[in-house]
Design a protein around this ligand. Structure first.
Ligand code: NI
Length: 178
């Protein structure tokens, strides 16, 4: 497995609508393994293919991971290929979100409380999941990436401008520290 480079805002690949996967084969599975490793390494709960520079409709998520005590993350990984929301609740919820492509920042985002998602799994088998709470939020965040949408596109212009200023400051400080 290999760790992949994570592309950050404002890279143009993050604005693109990703293409559907035609075939779930060993090559794609190797890519899924690399994505999962990259996500664990960055201590993220989800990662979408555009974030590692590949404009395909592929997402990995682990909403139940923890440290195994030896410095590795383990949990219940989910691999979602060509995911589609087939049902949304009327109710919405607000939760704080962050993104590996917008490092060091967080903001409150409104999402559907529950969703049902249809997707192909690691073996190319069709699956459905009814998600609520944290998993529903993570799924909506990651699936947005496949349509070129970041969570900062879903907050007010005022909040986004403030967040982008903090992001610029965060990057300056990172540079000074290294
Ligand atoms: Ni993200």
């Amino acid at each position: 497995m290999a760790k992949l480079k994570v592309y950050e805002y404002p890279h143009s690949i993050l604005k693109q609508k990703a293409a559907k996967v035609e075939k779930v084969d060993d090559e794609l599975r190797r890519f899924l393994d690399d994505m999962l490793e990259t996500m664990y390494e960055a201590v993220g709960v989800g990662l979408a293919a555009p974030q590692v520079g590949v404009s395909k409709r592929v997402v990995v998520i682990d909403a139940e991971q923890e440290d195994d005590g030896a410095g590795h993350r383990t949990g219940k990984p989910m691999y979602l290929i060509n995911p589609e929301i087939i049902w949304r609740s009327e109710e919405k919820v607000c939760g704080e979100e962050g993104c590996l492509s917008v490092p060091g920042q967080r903001a409150e985002v409104e999402r559907f409380e529950k969703i049902r998602v249809r997707y192909l799994d690691y073996d190319g088998k069709e699956q459905e999941v009814l998600a609520d709470d944290f998993l529903a939020i993570v799924l909506q965040h990651e699936m947005d990436h496949l349509d070129g949408i970041l969570y900062i596109d879903r907050i007010s212009r005022l909040k986004r401008n403030m967040l982008l200023k903090k992001l610029a400051k965060f990057r300056e400080e990172e540079k000074e520290d290294s």
